[in-house]
Design a protein around this ligand. Structure first.
Ligand code: ALA
Length: 490
């Protein structure tokens, strides 16, 4: 077997055939696509991670951390937008790299997108479960058994903290059930999903605007001073606050931006993909960055940053200033709002699998078959939903978050590199959306995303390497032999 075939590209003309043969409904306009982006982005990151990021690392400069993470994502967003305008197919970064860098590389990106989308959905399901339990407490439901709302590791830790006997068995039932519910919605089809998604996004954006508008009346400017607290170093050598703290917090809140690229996976369901997908990518990133910066300023202005809760910081800050009703509203909105993140993440995952199956890299019978009536890749939807639900039921949140981030950062870095490659290989290709100063933007994109990857801990890297080796093994065992490209060119 000739090794060069692993680096062979899918011809760009083949993408045109994919687009023409698509069986999916084209029902999404530019604002529906933007809603998908915003729906995927605003979630556990802003509702949960802001607490840790501000309290332990950035202080009031949390807004700066969001700005930094947002700028990093902006480089990747530009590159995604250019690709999406050239190749309006739903395979996202996977498809783009197949058309530019080669099959093995594309497979590897696709494999990492599983971390972004399926693992991302799992992470959000676990955050959702936390908010759901908080809501139950607010409704007066206490004494929920630990083993019913925690993965086994967290249940043991929590039991230890409470000084009670650790349960022998534990399952995060709310996380499991919410993923199954989302799977059912997706199974029924994109039109219904888009409608549900729009409603949820509206609730979520209103909640965030509510936080900003109401919180603005309770600001104590003294809480912002000093804006960047003096750096300290703890016993383990970890820096807190100061500029290093601001960067660490940027790495943490990066998770809050994941999802804007999910818009690109909807290309085959978009009415006018070459224009609307780039628009929606940029618009959703812009809207979310602005909202995040405002929320960060308000939160750190409302209460001293050291009092921000590590679990549900937004809701708790309102409790602290004596507005329990506002806290309740925010908790309800979070419970509803996080659903749309899962919806888009799982939707995107199945669309990427669909593309990989059409290229022969995954079994077509399972991942490529589209339901005759609902026009959705139904078998894949059920499989992905089931696997995500089981993982959500047994995985601690920090591990899931870091795996999601490392896979996404890798895909972002690679997509920036691929955009440069394609400029060199096909300089005259029609690009409805063209990145300006592409050399600078794409290089900064690669550097920035790799730097953030290196800020993640060793254990996450080990998992990432094991995951990558498993992916390459699957490729050689299955994809390399079944690839349509390999068959037509060998
Ligand atoms: N950006 C998404 C969230 O914060 C993944 O939940």
């Amino acid at each position: 077997m000739n090794a060069s075939r692993y680096f062979r590209n899918k011809p760009l003309a083949a993408y045109t055939r994919d687009i023409e043969s698509s069986e999916l409904h084209r029902s999404l306009g530019k604002w529906a696509l933007t809603a998908i982006g915003v729906g995927a982005v605003i979630g556990g990151g802003i509702f949960v991670l802001t607490g840790v990021a501000a309290n332990l690392y950035a202080g009031p400069a949390l807004a700066l951390s969001f700005l930094l993470a947002g700028i990093g994502c902006l480089f990747a967003a530009f590159c995604y937008a250019e690709f999406a305008s050239i190749l309006p197919v739903s395979g996202s970064a996977y498809a783009y790299s197949y058309g530019t860098v080669g099959e093995l590389f594309a497979w590897f990106i696709g494999w990492n997108l599983i971390l972004e989308y399926m693992m991302g959905a799992t992470t959000v399901a676990v955050s959702w479960s936390k908010y759901f339990v908080k809501l139950l407490h607010m409704a007066g439901v206490h004494n929920i058994p630990l083993w019913l709302v925690n993965d086994p590791v967290s249940a043991r830790e929590e039991a230890l903290r409470l000084g009670i006997e650790a349960p022998v068995f534990a399952i995060n039932l709310p996380a499991l059930l919410v993923v199954l519910l989302v799977t059912w919605v997706l199974f029924r089809g994109i039109r219904e999903s888009a409608r549900t998604n729009n409603l949820i996004v509206a609730i979520k954006v209103c909640a965030v605007l509510f936080v900003v508008a109401v919180g603005a009346f309770y600001l104590t400017p003294a809480n912002w001073h000093p804006f960047v607290p003096k750096r300290t170093v703890d016993a383990t050598g970890t820096s807190h606050y100061g500029l290093p703290g601001v960067f660490t917090a940027a790495g943490i809140v990066f998770f809050a931006f994941i999802g804007f690229d999910a818009v690109s996976t909807q290309a085959q369901e978009a009415v006018n993909p070459t224009k609307d997908i780039p628009f929606a990518i940029m618009a959703s990133l812009g809207i979310c960055t602005l909202l995040y910066i405002l929320v960060s300023l308000v939160l750190t202005g409302m209460v001293p940053y050291k009092t921000l809760d590590l679990g549900a910081p937004v809701a708790s800050a309102f409790e602290r200033i004596g507005l329990p009703w506002a806290s309740l509203l925010i908790t309800i909105a979070a419970v509803i709002g996080l659903v749309s993140v899962m919806l888009v993440m799982l939707l995107s995952q199945t669309r990427i699998f669909l593309n990989m199956a059409k290229d022969g890299l995954l079994p077509n019978g399972m991942f490529g078959s589209v339901h005759a009536r609902y026009k959705t890749p139904w078998k894949s939807t059920l499989l992905v939903g089931f696997v995500a639900a089981v993982i959500a039921a047994v995985t601690p949140i920090e591990k899931a978050t870091k795996m999601t981030s490392i896979g996404t950062l890798f895909a972002f870095a690679m997509i920036c590199a691929a955009v440069l490659l394609l400029r060199r290989k096909a300089p005259h290709l029609h690009r409805p959306f063209r990145v300006r100063y592409v050399g600078l933007v794409a290089t900064l994109g690669v550097v920035f995303n790799l730097l953030l990857m290196f800020s993640l801990d060793g254990a996450t890297w080990v998992r990432f390497v094991v995951w990558s080796i498993a992916g390459i093994a699957v490729y050689f065992f299955y994809g390399a032999r079944k690839s349509k490209l390999a068959q037509t060119t060998s």
